[in-house]
Ligand binder design. Sequence first.
Ligand SMILES: Cc1cc2nc3c(=O)[nH]c(=O)nc-3n(C[C@H](O)[C@H](O)[C@H](O)COP(=O)(O)OP(=O)(O)OC[C@H]3O[C@@H](n4cnc5c(N)ncnc54)[C@H](O)[C@@H]3O)c2cc1C
Length: 511
Amino acid sequence: MPPTAAPSQRVDVAVIGGGLGGLGAALALAERGLKVTLLESLRYPGGCAGTFTRQGYRFDAGATLSAGFGARQPFRRWLDRYGLPLALTPLDPVVRLRADGLSLNVPSDRGELLRRLCALPGAPVEGLRRFFEYQARVAAPLWALFDDTDLLPPLSARALLAHAGRAARYAPLLTCAGRPLSALLDRFGLTGFEPLRLYLDATCQITAQCGLRDVEAPVALAALDYYAQGVAHVEGGLGELSWALRDAVVAAGGEVRLSARARALAPAPGGWRVSARGGDLEARAVVANLLPSAVEGLLREGGAPAPLSPWARRAQGAVEDGWGAVMLYLVSEEGAGGEAGAAGEACEAEHWQLIGDAAAPLMEGNHVFCSVSGARELTRAPRGSRVLTLSTHVPMRRLLALSDADRGAYVQRVQRDMRALFAARCPRWSAGVYVALTASPRTFERFTGRPRGYVGGPPRRAGLRQYLQMSPRPAAPGLYLVGDSHFPGQSALAAAVGGERVAARLARELR
Ligand SMILES: Cc1cc2nc3c(=O)[nH]c(=O)nc-3n(C[C@H](O)[C@H](O)[C@H](O)COP(=O)(O)OP(=O)(O)OC[C@H]3O[C@@H](n4cnc5c(N)ncnc54)[C@H](O)[C@@H]3O)c2cc1C
């Protein structure tokens, strides 16, 4: 039976998609007094950072831990403002990095990380000290920008003045902008120190979406502080954060519709018409928490395929240079693998970063990020069991060059390699696995609506071209894009902050 035509509702802004970018934007718009409705196609918010239920277990879909819960940081600010009861556990270590001959527990404290690296055999102590001092000088002013979205990049006279006042703090940036991080290692005499190389390579891969040799130095140096920036484990799954932000949007006066897929988008007098499951919207402006190619799809369905701006087309091109994810969702019995860990530690959530062949690229099952739920998280698995989310990067250009049949075999091979690496480096949790589900870019396409399953945002490779993409510009008049394919992007926190700063600009425009 065709869906019955529901009457359309007039709003100031329709937000399409309830990932972190859409939630951040909807909240900031509602807080500025605009009438906002957010449409999310799934029954739950969060997208790549959502938590879903299968066979009675609750798995994190993609993202498993987030920064931004420290004092004055965006998630903490929002949770406090709306009195939202999110159960957070601080992590120590944040991540357990394991490779042949390397066992590095990465703490949230930068000084302690430096001490641990300096204590490794053959560590070039003086070079490490100088490198981390320099890293802190580059990273600190960049992270400070996250606390005030107006400064990213400067869009007002007040912001320009604020930047002028900070000019001296940006000086170290100029000494490395556009260059790859690997060039800096040469400068500090650290190129031959393998544990640091592996730590940097693995950390940049999961944050800036490319490894040490490719990643642009300022982005990398800032990303290296990710674990020190209010990282916490969210009990119940990271998706609980998105539910909390959904509640914040509603508390601020916005509307959030779940199971409400936007089907088409068309220009209309005074703005846009969004056709959606459960009722259409007439909006003065639209914020799409979608890849540019998904927006083009909605415009085609709307029958008036307005071309997206060159800025939006460039954003799509950068995404296509990036990644998909291959996943394992597991349930494991506690204690089956023997080794219990340090006293007390066995109860907490754990995040592992596992490397196979240290000389090979950190992708396709040769590098796996593995998160284990905590013992107290009984909404996710029964007492005595834990749920695990394991992910690895797959280069989309390589995957899409294969035939359909070969893609299936490729994904299976990657999953087999993930299992082997997990068994070798993490027997504590691999021994007890009794439920195993899998996912591929096709799964992400189906569930998160990301065409072809591109995830994680564009790789931040060396070069200055990416700085041209920093300003939020409309993809078409009155149509803005948010999410991890747009600056600052690259994580749950950055997608939310990006949504907030686009909203700030749009609110000014609508006034
Ligand atoms: C495997 C993996 C691991 C990751 N690990 C981490 C991590 O540990 N920490 C971290 O910070 N980040 C991590 N990330 C990155 C992080 O998850 C993403 O950068 C971030 O969540 C993306 O948010 P987004 O706003 O771009 O939206 P998305 O998550 O893409 O959400 C878009 C939303 O739009 C909805 N939607 C799509 N089409 C429509 C439509 N037509 N109508 C209505 N709704 C629609 C989707 O259902 C979805 O909910 C990881 C990502 C992946 C894939």
